[in-house]
Design a protein. Structure first.
Length: 387
């Protein structure tokens, strides 16, 4: 992050500390039907498939022949590094009869991609290289029967894919200025560590609602991380439908005694980068932990995440260090998940017609409004393609 940006954020935080305030917006509500409807969930899935989403880390596919798969968007995605060093994504479906070309979550040293059903063989660039008994398909145009490509980009040490085939979205433009922030921290060279995936009994959107505000910290996290942070204080910046949220620690007050050239934001704040629609990226000084919440069903989601660290641990001491950091993150986040499941369990009771967001919870309200707006756009696009 540019130093003048760090200084600007610190100034805003110090000003809030002087006045006892925080960044605020307009209070809002979100109908509970948004978290209970099968029809709406189908539209949300359409929206997610039409947008760039994070499917893994560049370190997981660093060398030619390395590959990963990803199914959580509802589209079977295969990402593979070609012999030319280029990373590509495809729909993981054979062009013959549709079987998955690659099974498993991750692997390396692939020289080609062979469908296990009838051995149709594809190059790492997706082109159809060969098939048994080609005389059985006298009119087959191999040039048009390669694996279906998907829009992919690498940024911030992460792999981003648009699951919908035929996307023309400029992924880097979509990610916006926050990418420059993260690039300045050197995440392109970091490695994925301690992957974690689990199911949760709450709607996927509640994960965003919980992580885009600091109003709950003092109460929910009283026994874990609350003492590190100021009560209900943050500064928030929108970049399209993405958010950068800076959470100040109590220690930031000491910067008043230092000249501005000595100010370092990351030493006194955690920074959340929320990439719409579903990725939370928490920058914590020398590493980051991130997770995406994926819809699994009404009132159910899958949480998928990992930690980015400068290098794979080479010693037990290094492993213990990173394991402790990972545990701190997931222990605190686990407190959020318990309460999200508690919320979900009451939504159909009739006690509330809507959820209420206060002025300091305006980022959560903005996220819900963005979902509402974009599911209409995505549904219209799908309807137009089908007509």
């Amino acid at each position: 992050m540019k130093h003048d940006t760090q200084v600007g954020l610190i100034r805003r935080i110090l000003a809030h500390m002087e006045t006892g305030t925080t960044d605020r917006g307009a209070p809002a509500t979100s109908p509970v039907t948004r978290y209970l409807s099968e029809e709406r969930l189908a539209r949300e899935r359409e929206m997610i498939r039409a947008l760039p989403v994070m499917v893994g880390a560049s370190s997981q596919v660093a060398r030619p022949g390395d590959w990963i798969t990803h199914d959580l968007s509802g589209v079977p995605i295969l990402v593979v590094r070609g012999d030319d060093g280029v990373l590509r994504a495809f729909v993981n479906a054979c062009r013959h009869r549709g079987a998955r070309v690659v099974d498993g979550a991750r692997g390396e040293n692939r020289r080609n991609l062979i469908c296990p059903y009838h051995s149709w063989t594809y190059a790492l660039d997706g082109g159809l290289r060969g098939l048994p008994h080609p005389q059985e398909f006298p009119d087959l145009d191999r040039a048009t029967h390669g694996l279906v490509p998907l829009n992919l980009a690498e940024a911030c040490g992460l792999v981003w894919v648009v699951p919908a085939p035929g996307s023309e979205i400029d992924i880097l433009a979509w990610l916006g200025p926050m990418v420059d922030d993260l690039r300045s921290f050197g995440f392109e060279d970091f490695t994925a560590y301690a992957p974690r995936r689990f199911e949760a009994a709450h709607d996927w959107k509640l994960a965003a609602d919980a992580n885009l505000e600091a109003y709950h910290f003092k109460y929910l996290h009283r026994d874990t991380i609350a003492e590190l942070f100021q009560d209900n204080r943050m500064v928030a910046d929108a970049f399209g439908d993405h958010w950068r949220i800076t959470l100040p620690k109590a220690s930031i007050a000491g910067l008043r005694a230092l000249p501005e050239p000595a100010w370092r934001l990351a030493e006194h704040c955690n920074i959340i980068y929320y990439f719409f629609p579903n990725l939370m990226f928490l920058f914590i000084g020398d590493h980051a932990t991130l997770f995406a919440a994926w819809p699994r069903g009404v009132g159910r989601s899958i949480i998928d995440g990992f930690t980015l660290i400068p290098a794979a641990p080479a010693t037990e001491k290094a492993r213990d260090h990173w394991d402790r950091n990972v545990k701190i993150f997931w222990d605190a986040l686990g407190e959020d998940f318990v309460l999200m499941e508690s919320m979900q369990s009451t939504l159909a009771s009739g006690a509330n017609a809507h959820l209420t967001f206060g002025a300091s919870e305006f980022c959560s309200a903005a996220f819900e409004a963005a979902v509402e707006r974009r599911i209409g756009v995505a549904h219209a696009a799908v309807r137009d393609r089908r007509s």
